[in-house]
Ligand binder design. Structure first.
Ligand code: C2E
Ligand code: CA
Ligand code: CA
Ligand code: CA
Length: 278
């Protein structure tokens, strides 16, 4: 039960039911994309573990729904990813993120912004040209944009994805592998897809202290990434113990509530200003 054109994979309502609710939600999203300020970006810095300097800022979408209240990605990303509105949603988020990055550049804050890109958006051959146009329009250098992608890109689609990612990297846009280690073929993925950064999944950071296996995965990921000349960022760091253990395993950068919770665009300029000054 899905409306719209035939080029989009049907939404699998068996996964979480309530497909009428989702159709309502998608209709409301169409409105949210047309008006302004319902969809906002929360921003969370990642920091260098040695210096505390910001290494980048991740943009995390929030929907300030006029009736339902504050919605997080878990409340709506799934249906959006399977709908024909994914393209418009991706463009909207990228546009907001680049507007924010342009503001930082005007304030002399030299920090890249990371945007989460749904796997299915990477199958759209128009994506590189759209991103090039948005970068020009906001006058943001391509290196200031990092696209976070996951390994869920089906291996059989890797040819299209390769082409899209190749074009983006040729422009100077950076690519990060999100949730690294949670897929079935993480190592293969790294050898197949050209990337600049690896984000160690939060689940390993949580288990590191009690699980030698989790610690080994973190150590191996960090070693492999550095050997391949890639940056590594550990996600979801909540405690000083985790920060110290990560540094001991050779990890150089981290992100999580221990450092900063996601915050509004207004707040983050001041935070970045003080981090870069100190
Ligand atoms: P992710 O990319 O793995 O993002 C990290 C999530 O962990 C974020 O949740 C963030 O708020 C949360 N987080 C950060 N530090 C900590 C911590 O120390 N502890 C804990 N428990 N959580 C932490 P959020 O914002 O709800 O986003 C969830 C997921 O939604 C993201 O996972 C990403 O896959 C997706 N997402 C977020 N924004 C976008 C977007 O603009 N577009 C797309 N396509 N997906 C998005
Ligand atoms: Ca992410
Ligand atoms: Ca992640
Ligand atoms: Ca995740």
């Amino acid at each position: 039960a899905k409306k719209g054109g035939g080029s989009v994979a049907p939404y699998d309502s068996s996964r979480d039911g309530a497909s009428t609710d989702q159709l309502t939600l998608l209709a409301e999203l169409r409105e949210a994309l047309a008006v302004d300020d319902q969809l906002q970006l929360a921003l969370q810095p990642a920091v260098d573990l040695a210096t505390g300097a910001p290494t980048g800022v991740e943009a995390l979408v929030r929907w300030l729904h006029p009736r339902r209240g504050l919605l997080t990605p878990a409340d709506f990303i799934g249906p959006v990813e399977h709908s024909e509105q994914l393209g418009a949603f991706t463009r909207y988020v990228l546009d907001k993120a680049l507007a924010i990055a342009a503001g930082w550049a005007r304030d002399g804050l030299d920090v890249p912004i990371s945007v989460n890109i749904s796997a299915r958006s990477l199958l759209d051959p128009r994506l590189p040209a759209e991103i090039a146009e948005a970068l020009r329009r906001h006058d943001v250098p391509p290196r200031r944009l990092v696209l976070e992608i996951t390994e869920t890109v089906v291996m059989s689609e890797l040819e299209v994805v390769d082409e899209v990612l190749g074009a983006l990297r040729a422009m100077g846009v950076q690519i990060a592998v999100d949730d690294f280690g949670t897929g079935f073929s993480s190592l293969t993925f790294l050898t197949r897809v050209p990337v600049d950064e690896v984000k160690v999944d939060r689940s390993f950071v949580i288990r590191m202290a009690d699980s030698p296996e989790a610690a080994a995965i973190v150590r191996t990921t960090v070693g492999l990434a550095h050997e391949l000349g890639l940056r590594v960022v550990a996600e979801g760091v909540e405690t000083a113990e985790q920060r110290i253990a990560l540094a001991e395993l050779g990890c150089t950068a981290a992100q999580g509530y221990h450092f900063f919770k996601p915050m509004s665009a207004d707040k983050i300029s001041a935070v970045l200003g003080s981090l870069l000054d100190s």
